[in-house]
Structure formats: C-alpha cells, structure tokens
Design a protein around this ligand. Structure first.
Ligand SMILES: Nc1ncnc2c1ncn2[C@@H]1O[C@H](COP(=O)(O)OP(=O)(O)OP(=O)(O)O)[C@@H](O)[C@H]1O
Length: 312
C-alpha cells in the first residue's frame, strides 16, 4: 500500500482487504486493498473487464468475496446489510425499472421503502427531471434514465454512495450538472466510491484514484501523485534545415519527430527546456509553436495499462 490509503485505519468508511473474487475458474479481482476515509471520493479507473464492477458488487453486498474482507461503515455489506442499508446509496450500471411506470410513480414507489426519503419534487429537481415527471420510464432517453438512477440512489440522503459509471450516456452539460450536485453532497460529508471511464470525471471529483488492470491495482494515490509520475510533453517545430538529430543531449529525455513536430517527453521539464532554449539561442533557431504540457491522468492511465500488459 502506498499514498494515503491505510487499510487498517479504524476511520475508513469503505475498506477492502486483500479482496479476491473468482467467477468459476476466472479471477476477476485478484487481491486488492483500499480504504476510503470519511468525506473522501475514490475513483476506480480501469480498462474494460478490469474488475471495477465486480469490486463494487462485493461492496454493495451483491457478490460474496472468494476471499478477503470488505467493510462499509464498519459492517459486512453481505451479512449485515440491514444494519447499513439506510445509510448507503447505490447506483449500479443497470437499473431494473418498470418501463410502464412514470418517473414520478417510480420515485414514489422507491420512497415507500426508503426511510427519510426526500420529497418527490426535490428528487426530481436535483437531477433536472421535473419536466419529465409524467413520462413513462421506457420513453426516457439514456441520459434521463441515468439521472433517474442517480436520484434514486440519493433518495435517502446516504452517508456513503457507490456509483458505477454514473454519467455514461449523459451529454456534457448534464454531466457537469451531476458533478456539481455530487460536489455539494461531498462537501456536506458524503463518502463516495465511483467507477468511471472518464478521466475528466475523476479529475473533477476524486481525492484518490486507483487504476485497476486485470483484477489488480496497478497505480494508486492522489491525483497529483498519479499525474506527477507521467512525463511532461514538450513539442515544437524546427526550421527545415534542422531535425531532432541536431538537438543537444537532453539527459535521458527522448526526442522524436512526428508530423513535422519534435516531441520530447521529460521528467525534468525545467532542465530539458533550458537545454533546448540554450541550443536554439546559440543556433539562432526559433522553436516555433512551442508547447509544454504537464502529464495528465490519461497519460498515467495509458502508461499503467501498457506497463501491466508488457510485464505479464
Ligand atoms: N457473473 C460473471 N460470471 C463470469 N464472469 C464475469 C461475471 N461478471 C463479470 N465477469 C468477468 O469478470 C471480469 C471483470 O468484469 P467487471 O464487470 O468487474 O469489469 P469492469 O472493470 O467493471 O469492466 P467495464 O469497464 O467493462 O465495465 C470481466 O472479464 C467479466 O467478463
């Protein structure tokens, strides 16, 4: 374990210790440990089939672990579900709605078995579905259905929220509205574990990120810790008489030419830039369209997945 995660902390709201989950002879989750402190957001990223949903299924009591333990608010979500059910919100990938009920009827039905549920109008308003209240669920767009999923997960004002790809299918504006809503609830103290394929979503919401690949965690830490490990990309154009081979030695940074641009990946951007600018000044050369881009979460994700692939 690295970073701030401390799987033995008593304070963790969500805790996973050495979790394994097999489906027959296939191992979907291969020994992961994670902990999420109160009021924090952990984003679980990963390639398709990495084991993210399987992990959420164990945390929400839908799957029994093959080995290892999970605790949510100190309880086993499978055997002690009743103890914590009213304090936990769940938004899974596939919600089993009755397509013939209207949005309002669906919310009313859920309100009946959700203690302390928000009023229907508030639930509709939160996800901007007020004008769709009388529409049958089967006639909603994919993005509207997703927003209905979300408001049902938030109906009882949960302390802990599990979100499996919460904004898949949402247009950019609706996605931003959902992030805004979630941020307000997180500021009020809600703890969240979410899975997502959108790096921007993790950047917008998460305190901690864990990247999964083939059942294992291959990177974890704060956003800053994870992106700091990605190289900075420096790129520019050289005059026709010059090529990447003319550049000075860049102390470990690699220079390559692509589509007429020189691209340098460096873990020491200041040193690399000083060498490049010194060389350009000495040769009277302009580094045209000079661009310096810090390592992104997406770079870290791609490097993590590629690194795992080559090491197996
Ligand atoms: N009930 C099941 N029986 C057998 N294999 C399963 C079952 N559920 C999932 N798997 C397999 O386990 C692996 C992990 O699946 P999981 O849904 O947890 O991945 P994921 O990271 O959520 O993927 P995605 O990003 O595509 O949703 C996949 O190879 C999947 O095919």
């Amino acid at each position: 374990m690295t970073g701030k995660f401390d799987p033995v902390s008593d304070e963790s709201v969500i805790e996973i210790r050495d979790l394994h989950l097999d489906y027959g002879d296939f191992t979907a989750v291969d020994g992961i440990s994670l902990a999420v402190p109160p009021g924090q957001v952990l984003a679980l990223l990963g390639t398709n089939g990495a084991g993210k949903t399987s992990t959420v299924d164990v945390l929400t009591g839908f799957q029994r672990p093959t080995s290892g333990t999970v605790r949510v608010l100190g309880a086993d979500p499978l055997t002690e579900r009743r103890k914590i059910a009213t304090r936990v919100g769940i938004v899974l990938q596939e919600a089993g709605f009755l397509e013939t009920l209207t949005v309002a009827e669906t919310i009313d039905a859920w309100r009946r078995f959700t203690p302390g549920a928000r009023p229907r109008a508030e639930a509709l308003e939160m996800v901007d579905l007020g004008r769709r209240a009388g529409v049958q669920v089967g006639k909603l767009s994919g993005g509207e259905k997703r927003r209905l999923d979300l408001t049902l997960g938030l109906l009882g004002g949960p302390e802990v929220l599990f979100l499996d790809e919460p904004t898949t299918g949402l247009d950019p504006e609706a996605r931003r509205n959902v992030w805004h809503l979630l941020r307000e609830l997180i500021l009020a103290g809600m703890t969240v574990l979410l899975t997502t394929h959108y790096m921007e979503e993790a950047e917008a919401l998460a305190d901690q990120v864990a990247i999964m690949d083939r059942g294992r965690i291959v990177r974890e830490g704060t956003l800053a810790e994870i992106t700091a490990r990605s190289a900075t990309a420096v790129s520019f154009r050289l005059p026709p008489a010059f090529g990447a081979a003319d550049l000075p030695p860049l102390d470990g940074a690699e220079a390559a030419e692509r589509d007429g641009r020189v691209l340098v990946h460096t873990h020491e951007p200041q040193r690399t830039l000083a060498a490049l600018l010194g060389w350009a000044a000495g040769h009277g050369v302009e580094l045209a369209e000079l661009d310096v881009r810090a390592g992104s979460l997406e770079d870290a994700f791609l490097a993590a997945a590629a690194g795992e692939r080559s090491s197996r």
